[in-house]
Design a protein around this ligand. Structure first.
Ligand code: SAH
Length: 255
């Protein structure tokens, strides 16, 4: 059996209880060494074999899983954050299905949640925005034209931009082209929840200069939108004394 497990954003105690349990019982661990905190491997079984997928191809990863399966071993494929976001898990799952190797997926705390907690921020502020757009700049993996940064910027929603810390001049240009003002609040969160975590509050226009000052080139998320400023929002209806909800009788006429 192969368990695809989300490692969380970095801090070793931000893996799920289930994920930690699977990891501690695994006979084989294949982990994404470029982003997963190696501290997570410390409590593995003594005989556990460990592979760093940063140095492997898909074919090599599958070959390790297949060999483990033939020996009746349990494999954990450990991905950073949550595996469903830029995790390249579909191609692995398809190969496993083709070989009849059973697998499941254990979710993790994505770095976009770790970044919000680093900033003590709520992405969905009433009267500011109720949506979060998770996207990236095109890199070696292309992004469909209809999903350009500029087209998403036109919504004015909170944007969380992955895999783009090395392209900040172009990112700013695209955001402004799409309709964000140059002084729209933005943030850079480097290695959210790691000991080396850095947070920088800036503006859409000053992303590149701010990252340059802090020497941030990778392992960072870019957050954009008025929600980053965390000001001038409406309070929620859910906790408003006037409103009646399914669980609580309110004082007002409105229900
Ligand atoms: N599945 C992961 C994302 C993998 S893509 C998740 O759910 O978080 C890798 C990109 O994620 C990095 O380039 C960076 O943009 C972002 N990232 C991953 N971990 C991060 C962290 N701790 N802090 C900030 N950004 C992070």
């Amino acid at each position: 059996m192969v368990h695809i497990v989300g490692a969380g954003p970095g801090a070793p105690d931000l893996i799920t209880v289930r994920g930690k349990d699977l990891l501690d019982r695994a006979d084989v661990i294949i982990y994404a060494g470029s982003l997963v905190n190696p501290a997570l491997l410390e409590s593995r079984k003594a005989q556990c074999q460990v592979y760093d997928s940063a140095k492997m191809t898909l074919e090599e990863v599958i070959a390790v899983m297949e060999a483990a399966e033939l020996e009746g071993k349990t494999t954990v494929r450990l991905h950073t954050g949550d595996p469903c976001i830029y995790g390249a898990i579909r191609e692995q799952m398809d190969e496993l299905e083709e070989r009849g190797i059973p697998y499941d997926v254990c979710p993790g705390v994505s770095s976009f949640c770790g970044a919000a907690s680093a900033l003590k921020m709520e992405y969905t502020l009433p009267d500011v925005t109720q949506s979060v757009i998770i996207t990236r700049m095109a890199g070696r993996t292309p992004v469909p034209e209809r999903e350009s940064i500029a087209s998403f910027a036109a919504h004015g929603a909170t944007m969380v931009i992955f895999l783009s810390a090395g392209m900040l001049d172009e990112l700013s240009r695209e955001l402004i082209k799409g309709g964000y003002f140059p002084d729209t609040p933005a943030a850079i969160v480097y290695k959210a929840t790691w000991a080396e975590e850095k947070t920088v509050i800036c503006t859409v226009e000053s992303l590149s200069a701010s990252a340059g000052r802090e020497n941030i080139r990778k392992t960072a998320l870019i957050l954009v939108g008025n929600a980053v400023a965390q000001s001038s929002y409406e309070r929620s209806r859910l906790y408003d004394p006037v409103f009646t909800t399914e669980y609580r009788k309110g004082t007002g006429e409105e229900g």
